[in-house]
Design a protein around this ligand. Structure first.
Ligand code: NAD
Length: 465
């Protein structure tokens, strides 16, 4: 039996964050992973997806370089180079992570981890052989896997999930993307920019549910301009493969024939290998591990974090939950995470980023609100970079005298907005008022000054708009 202060099952963002943070606080950590360290995010999620989106961005830039007087000709894409570069980025990050874990003396076990009684973990099936680990605390961080629909068997050729798409040998000429959430919109955007004919089939009335309606309108307009067909409010019935193509049936007898179907209908938690049946860890009907506000499960001394629990399935939320669990284990009485105010970043073109309430959700929550929106077309830097699609929208609580008070939500859509969300996120989470934020200086010329301008206009005075 190998003993540690904390044993973590799962080496994705939530698990490795708990390991690194815990080790930096002086804890002796054992980390169990049955595949490569890094999880969905590094291998089949955030990192490869954003890397491929960057390829699409470079391609767009070269195509439009003539506007700057730079004659680059018609760009040609060598997908094999793209794939090699993507893998290099992943390998570098995984290597860095391994070095960090080693440097902090985290013991990494290769094998499947199963929770046993009294905070023991059995490891088996990997290079570490069969070992039993004992710990004062166990953190479950086994993550999630892509969902599919009945009748759509994943073969990696005609039907794929994000797992297969991110390593595809060639982009399909025609693709149907089922699901218009973050993954669906990111994949549709990158395929369309690189020349594929794309149809998004979304069951709900709009794509990007959860984003502010004004931001979604901007994305939809841009998608339409770039030839992406977006069908919302449609039920996908099934598909009929025929050789190298398949026909997807949806709605009232409609269909689309494509070379590949990309399934992006969400992910499901993956407690399957954790052996929870004989423990007091409760799993709900959707497979999520039930936890309290400090990520404690029903089993004493066992926490669960990341995509395994019913909180936003985002790597950075996993980081935060991993750190929260460690602080709770250390008895530091940490403040729970407010999951309604975490940052969201979607990397399709145009990008979307937000924190806090949408206008609709603020009103539904009973707030009287004042809003202001400013478009990037009026922003100097956006004109300079030649990317003026999009807007900043700020939602503030209406004071009894009608003026704008506390900032409830900040929504951005447009150029590099995922890199601009920081001050909006802080404003929402610091519970700052419009006046407090407007008192600060924004550097000029920047894309981010549009946020300052939008907040300034909520004070009732403004400069440009
Ligand atoms: P999602 O839940 O965000 O979106 C899935 C979409 O599929 C929804 O809009 C849903 O209505 C639709 N859908 C479900 N069943 C359908 C059906 N039968 N027919 C048509 N549409 C259907 O899930 P996702 O986009 O697959 O992403 C999975 C998780 O990963 C999410 O939690 C997401 O937040 C996270 N993620 C985040 C980012 C990011 O923030 N940049 C990127 C990728 C993934």
């Amino acid at each position: 039996m190998h003993n540690h202060d904390v044993v973590i099952i799962g080496g994705g963002p939530a698990g490795y964050a708990a390991a690194l943070y815990g080790a930096s606080a002086g804890l002796d950590i054992g980390l169990v992973e049955y595949r490569r360290i890094g999880g969905t995010c590094l291998h089949v999620g955030c990192i490869p997806a954003k890397e491929l989106l960057e390829t699409a961005s470079v391609y767009r830039t070269v195509r439009h370089a003539g506007r700057f007087g730079v004659d680059a000709g018609e760009p040609a894409l060598d997908w094999s180079v793209t794939m090699t570069r993507k893998q290099q980025v992943i390998d570098q990050l995984v290597g860095g992570l391994r070095t960090l874990l080693k440097g902090r003396k985290v013991t990494v076990y290769d094998g499947v981890g199963r929770l046993g009684p009294d905070r023991t973990v059995g490891v088996s099936g990997g290079e570490s052989g069969d070992v039993t680990l004992g710990a004062a605390a166990v953190i479950l961080a086994a993550g999630s896997v892509p969902r599919t629909l009945p009748g759509f068997e994943i073969d990696g050729r005609l039907v794929m999930t994000s797992d297969e798409f991110l390593s595809v040998e060639a982009l399909p000429r025609r693709a149907a993307v089922i699901g218009g959430g973050a993954i669906g919109c990111e994949f549709a955007s990158l395929m369309a920019d690189l020349g594929s004919e794309v149809t998004i089939l979304e069951a709900l009335p709009q794509i990007l549910t959860g984003c502010d309606a004004d931001a979604v309108k901007v994305v939809q307009r841009s998608f339409k301009k770039r030839g992406i067909t977006v069908r919302t409010g449609v039920r996908v019935e099934g598909h009929d493969p025929a050789g190298d193509e398949t026909t997807v049936r949806f709605g009232d007898g409609e269909s689309v024939t494509v070379d590949a179907v990309v399934m992006a209908v969400g992910r499901r938690p993956f407690p399957d290998l954790l052996g929870l049946d004989d423990t007091a860890v409760a799993v709900d009907e959707r497979g999520f591990v039930r936890v309290d506000e400090r990520c404690r499960t029903g089993e004493p001394g066992v926490w669960a974090v990341g995509d395994l629990i019913p909180t936003p399935a985002l790597a950075h939320v996993g980081f935060a939950e991993g750190m929260l669990a460690i602080r709770d284990i250390l008895g530091e009485n940490p403040a729970p995470i407010d999951h309604s105010r975490v940052p969201w970043c979607i990397y399709c073109h145009p990008e979307v980023a937000f924190a806090g309430h949408t206008e609709d959700s603020a009103r539904e929550a009973g707030y009287e609100v004042v809003t202001s929106s400013h478009r990037y077309v009026g922003n100097g830097r956006a004109q300079i970079v030649g990317d003026t699609e999009g807007l900043v929208k700020v939602i503030a609580e209406k004071r009894p005298d009608g003026t704008a008070g506390r900032i409830l939500g900040v929504h951005l859509v447009g150029p590099w907005v995922t890199e601009q969300l920081g001050q909006g996120y802080l404003a929402v989470n610091w519970e700052a008022t419009v006046d407090e934020v407007a008192a600060h200086i924004q550097p000029h010329p920047t894309l981010s000054e549009l946020f300052g301008e939008t907040v300034l206009s909520l004070t009732g005075r403004s400069l440009h708009g």
